[in-house]
Design a binder for this molecule. Structure first.
Ligand SMILES: [Zn+2]
Length: 215
């Protein structure tokens, strides 16, 4: 028969692999590490800073579980589908802080509107996209099967793409493929989304040849 007790061997929890913290303090930890079972270390030791991503992921997961508990009718995790994830995302919109102009608004497509307007505040696409990524990982870390992951559902991907395209038009910004963090001062470099790749290569090679002596 199958081995029973390895539900998440393919995706070991990230919380257990913390080489960044251990590398500096391993000499102090190693003597006692054998006495502490791996399951309790996270709770008993409380590492100094578990990384912002891990914290955020845990908060997001708690929020989602809370949402499931308050759902009418109540939802359990295994029952959760992509449709419920979409419901959750729309629910989050009421807490959004990004002005998304309606198509009928005179400021539709203007990155810097000259006056206030009654258009709704929503969750920015970048926030939703990152959120789904974290929840998708958290789902599998909590034992969910990857093939059943509602955060990876096609409907969710399509929804996010739709939101991205509409918000790009409504806000007059372009979401390029660049994997940068969205910066808030969107008036500085809207017109040049991406510098010339050749120029970057030249600049970097020049920089590397000159900066070797500086440090
Ligand atoms: Zn508006």
């Amino acid at each position: 028969m199958d081995i029973v007790s390895e539900p998440i061997t393919k995706n070991p929890p990230i919380t257990f692999e913390t080489p960044i913290i251990n590398s500096s303090t391993s000499s102090m930890i190693t003597p006692s590490s054998s006495a502490i079972s791996p399951a309790t270390t996270a709770d008993s030791i409380s590492p100094p800073t578990p990384s912002r991503y891990e914290n955020q992921k845990r908060r997001d997961w708690n929020t989602f579980c809370q949402y499931l508990r308050n759902h009418r009718p109540p939802l359990s995790l295994p029952m959760c589908s992509g449709a419920h994830v979409l419901e959750f995302l729309r629910y989050l919109d009421q807490f959004g802080k990004t002005k998304i102009h309606n198509q009928t608004c005179p400021f539709f497509g203007l990155p810097n509107p000259p006056a206030p307007c009654p258009c709704p505040l929503r969750q920015a696409w970048g926030s939703l996209d990152a959120l789904i990524g974290r929840l998708r990982a958290a789902y599998e870390e909590h034992g969910g099967r990857p093939e059943a992951n509602p955060f990876g559902a096609r409907a969710v991907r399509l929804y996010l793409r739709e939101v991205r395209d509409f918000q790009a038009k409504a806000r007059g910004v372009s979401y390029e493929k660049k994997r940068k963090r969205p910066n808030n001062n969107n008036n500085s470099n809207n017109n040049k989304p991406k510098p010339n790749m050749n120029a970057m290569l030249i600049a970097s090679s020049a920089a590397s040849s000159t900066t070797t002596t500086t440090s």
